[in-house]
Design a protein around this ligand. Structure first.
Ligand code: NAP
Length: 307
């Protein structure tokens, strides 16, 4: 029988790396499995992170590298590979990689993250990070006193629009239907803001700009009328796709596919924990992901002590 580790951490974004740091300090026999050898997760594509305490203006790539270097100082063991199968057999967690290697452990932290949904329109990919953003709380400050648009009608879109309206000269909210999905408490606040204009029944057809977002081509879905909107930034908030495919038949997930877990990161399966963007939570940020990493290790230690 292969060695049984204390802990396998799956994912090397902020949640996985923070968990790895805490696991190293707790001297847990741990491996971290990451899909790519460049640690950091989603943040490596973030041009600038300006809301992580103590290091304003750092690039996402540099922050990810710092997290990874911290793990390396603790001599944590990283393995590159994609998890293709996850099972729990007699309480032992069994993780199979795409190269068919199999790892076993008493506890697992799933920290595989989620990705913001894309609109899949012309210009979106080209201008991503150049006025197209998927995180208003991360990038909103770059658009102070300027004109922005938020696309979407859920809680995140409306919260983003409220946040941006306090900073920006003007905020358009573009929603494909004629009513919000977001909570009434939020929409009431939004509609009372004077610099917000809601554009109903409309979808974005194209994001226009050379090196920066300059305009949106929008289309009213009822009248089919097209219009050009001058904007400096576009915040896309149309939901997230969690990376939970491999785990969703083992642990409980919500309707959106996020692993159901509270602040202690415990799932419905003993010894299986979910940390960071993959778990059900309100605010998906680097700081909340890192916080999950710490909380998850505390819960893992409690679990290991109970065995
Ligand atoms: P969401 O609730 O799934 O809303 C996504 C929004 O984007 C919907 O309005 C949807 O339109 C729209 N949309 C989806 N695909 C689109 C497309 N291709 N083109 C245009 N529009 C599109 O997602 P979310 O706002 O990111 O929230 C995620 C979860 O976190 C939700 O369960 C939310 O309640 C929760 N959350 C809670 C809080 C809070 O309680 N304070 C804060 C933030 C988030 P339709 O409405 O037409 O479907």
């Amino acid at each position: 029988m292969d060695k049984i580790l204390d802990l396998i951490i799956i994912g090397s974004g902020p949640a996985g790396l923070a968990a790895a740091i805490y696991a190293g300090r707790a001297e847990l026999d741990t491996i971290i499995i990451e899909k790519s050898p460049i640690s950091g997760g989603q943040i490596i594509n973030t041009y600038e992170v300006d809301n992580y305490p103590g290091i304003p203006g750092i690039s996402g790539f540099d922050l990810g590298t710092k997290f990874r270097e911290h793990c390396d100082r603790l001599e944590m063991e990283f393995i590159t590979g994609e998890v293709i199968k996850f099972e729990v057999k007699d309480g032992i967690k069994v993780v199979t990689l795409d190269d068919e290697k199999v790892y076993r452990s008493k506890a697992v932290i799933i920290a595989t993250g989620s990705n913001p949904r894309k609109l899949n329109v012309v210009g979106e990919e080209k201008l991503s990070g150049m006025g197209v953003s998927y995180c208003a709380t991360c990038d909103g400050a770059f658009f102070k006193n300027r004109t922005t648009a938020v696309v979407g009608g859920g809680d995140v879109a409306v919260e983003d629009a409220i946040f941006l309206a306090r900073l920006c000269k003007k905020v358009y909210v573009i929603h494909r239907r004629d009513e919000f999905r977001a909570a009434k408490s939020l929409t009431t606040k939004l509609t009372a803001m004077e610099n917000v204009e809601i554009i109903w029944d409309t979808k974005v057809e194209e994001i226009i700009g050379d090196t920066q977002v300059e305009q949106l081509r929008i289309k009213n879905l009822k009248t089919k009328e097209e219009k050009i909107l001058d904007v400096d930034g576009t915040f896309i908030a149309i939901g997230y796709n969690p990376s939970s495919e491999v785990y969703k038949d083992v642990v409980e997930v919500d309707l959106g596919g996020f692993i159901v877990a509270g602040e202690n990161c415990e799932t419905n399966i003993p010894g299986v924990f979910a940390a960071g963007d993959i778990r059900t939570k309100d605010l998906r940020q680097i700081i909340t992901a890192a916080s999950d990493g710490a909380n998850a290790i505390t819960a893992v230690e409690r679990y290991l002590n109970s065995l």
